[in-house]
Design a protein around this ligand. Structure first.
Ligand code: HEC
Ligand code: HEC
Ligand code: HEC
Ligand code: HEC
Ligand code: HEC
Length: 408
């Protein structure tokens, strides 16, 4: 499948930049505490295979697939299934894996399908070397890799379950040999493993491409709220973010105000978007963009005139070499859009504020740009690329529309 043409390598260069810093270790510069030591072992790279199956496990206790966990943990399964963690092996990464060798691919899988058993299945799919000679054992379902960031990737090591300390009575005996409780599961550093690059990771204009944990540490929320308290409320496995309208509305306090101007027939519109609810920048990294549009709208006729247009986000070119703009709103910060205008004339007029979210804007541009190499891509790779582009575009939505009458 690998085509070593110059053009294909051109596509690859872009992607390799993105992963370049991803394999670095977290370094805090302080003496490691228990949680840090636990996380170092829990997220060691690469994750070792689960090893010998305990003799007393039944088939359902042994199985690593989410459907098996669902037999007894249905609520977590229902929630996780609706989250992007169950879609980390979609077309967007699949078409790129086809262009990579095993070493490059495994660097992506570290976050997208981290279990050794998943990596072996991907190697089998891709025809990479280093595939185990025997077929996967019974406890490894053939679709384990396609299911993305599965339960076992966060919870199972050496066939042993790990989870947060129980916060309600635990029925005895617990299947799967019980579980090891660790406070690391309630700590934001648990998420930093994949949502924060190390200090020597890839940067654009001096800024780390993935810096969510550091942004959180600097936020007013850090003292009271962990990543989990907002993204896993009551331990629910929702992991909702910028793709979700309610989360975006939870992030921002929005106000719209129109005042008479200095002279008759003149007005001043003022919209304020304050990041009070995201415990990091809004949005946290370069991928999403939010269009802020102020328009003058005729209530009866539907006539519209745009007064102001801003984009909230971190704009970076597809080569990840140049910053185009950075208008992200830090935690506690605000964006103010002010616009003076004169009376539009007779009729009922309103000023309307709209927020349109493009959760994967950077990928839309990157995938579109990659289509320039369509002629050197194998048909199945091209089909995946087209699917990834269509899926990225389909995530766009309108988050908010507010309107205010012109004062008399
Ligand atoms: C046969 C039923 C059964 C199966 C299958 C099962 N579990 Fe459990 N598990 C339990 C029970 C019962 C407990 C006790 C605590 C509870 O009810 O949450 C438990 C506890 C846990 C805990 C600890 C919860 C805490 O409070 O920290 C984790 C984590 C866990 N299981 C993960 C998994 C994962 C991941 C899978 C699939 C790979 C799985 N379990 C499969 C029944 C099961
Ligand atoms: C991205 C990592 C991740 C994935 C994937 C994940 N979990 Fe969890 N899980 C956690 C964390 C973190 C907690 C603790 C949350 C907290 O304490 O706020 C947790 C808690 C739990 C608990 C304890 C719940 C309670 O109420 O005490 C169970 C049981 C559990 N997970 C099972 C599962 C199952 C089953 C799946 C798959 C359907 C799954 N998890 C997928 C990270 C994950
Ligand atoms: C350090 C962890 C990490 C590594 C390593 C990593 N990713 Fe990701 N990836 C993420 C996170 C977090 C997101 C979600 C945020 C986003 O959209 O950028 C993501 C999102 C994506 C998406 C967009 C979502 C989708 O399914 O369309 C694609 C495509 C992607 N990654 C491809 C890759 C490729 C290819 C590699 C290897 C070159 C890679 N990633 C390496 C963490 C990682
Ligand atoms: C105070 C609540 C809160 C805390 C704490 C918090 N988040 Fe968020 N997060 C949000 C809200 C609300 C959104 C949706 C708005 C947005 O995209 O910024 C979000 C969005 C995201 C996104 C979507 C991508 C994006 O560009 O915004 C990711 C990924 C994310 N958070 C990860 C994390 C991680 C990792 C931590 C901990 C280091 C964390 N969050 C801490 C509330 C929180
Ligand atoms: C093993 C790596 C890994 C770990 C650990 C992990 N994530 Fe993720 N997370 C990802 C990847 C990869 C994606 C991208 C999914 C996609 O878009 O394909 C993602 C996506 C998300 C999103 C969705 C963002 C959006 O664009 O809407 C949120 C929110 C999130 N993660 C929060 C968390 C939180 C909170 C934790 C800790 C409890 C956590 N993650 C732990 C890898 C990880």
């Amino acid at each position: 499948m690998r085509r070593a043409s110059g053009l294909t390598r051109g596509v690859l260069t872009v992607l390799v930049l993105w992963l370049a810093g991803c394999t670095q270790e977290q370094s805090s510069g302080t003496v490691p505490d228990d949680i840090e030591r636990f996380l170092e072992r829990h997220w060691q790279q690469p994750l070792p295979a689960q090893g010998t199956l305990p003799a007393d496990y039944t088939a359902i206790e042994a199985a690593l697939g989410p459907q098996a966990c669902a037999q007894c943990h249905e609520a977590q399964w229902e929630q996780w299934r609706g989250s992007l963690h169950s879609h980390t092996m979609g077309a967007g990464i699949q078409w790129q894996l086809h262009l990579m060798d095993q070493e490059q691919g495994n660097r992506c899988l570290r976050c997208h399908a981290p279990l050794a058993e998943q990596k072996a299945l991907v190697a089998l799919q891709q025809g990479w070397p280093g595939v185990p000679k025997s077929p996967p054992p019974e406890h490894v379902p053939p679709d384990l890799a396609d299911q993305g960031l599965v339960c076992a990737a966060c919870h199972v090591r050496n066939h042993q379950r790990f989870g947060p300390p129980a916060n309600k009575p635990v029925p005895e005996p617990v299947p799967h040999g019980g579980f090891v409780a660790s406070a690391a599961f309630e700590d934001s550093r648990f998420c930093a493993t994949c949502h924060q690059f190390a200090a020597d990771g890839p940067r654009v204009n001096g800024k780390l491409q993935e810096d969510t944990y550091a942004q959180w540490q600097a936020s007013p929320q850090a003292a009271q709220q962990s990543c989990q308290s907002c993204h896993m409320p009551d331990r629910r496995h929702l992991f909702r973010g910028v793709h979700d309208r309610d989360m975006v509305l939870q992030a921002l306090q929005v106000s719209l105000d129109v005042q008479p101007g200095a002279r008759p027939g003149e007005f001043q519109a003022r919209a304020v978007m304050r990041n009070t609810g995201a415990g990091h920048h809004f949005p946290t990294y370069m991928v999403p963009k939010v269009d802020v549009v102020l328009q003058l709208v005729n209530a009866a006729g539907g006539a519209r005139r745009t007064l102001a247009h801003r984009v909230i986000g971190w704009g970076v070119d597809v080569a990840l070499s140049q910053e185009l703009f950075d208008t992200r709103i830090p935690a506690g910060g605000e964006l103010v859009v002010e616009q003076a205008f004169s009376s539009p004339g007779a009729g009922e007029w309103e000023v309307e504020l709209r927020l349109d979210v493009a959760p994967r804007e950077h990928y839309e541009r990157m995938f579109q740009d990659s289509l320039r190499h369509a002629d050197v891509l194998a048909p199945e790779v091209l089909a995946l690329l087209r699917q990834a582009l269509a899926e990225a575009k389909a995530t766009r939505y309108e988050a908010l529309r507010l309107a205010t009458r012109l004062p008399r």
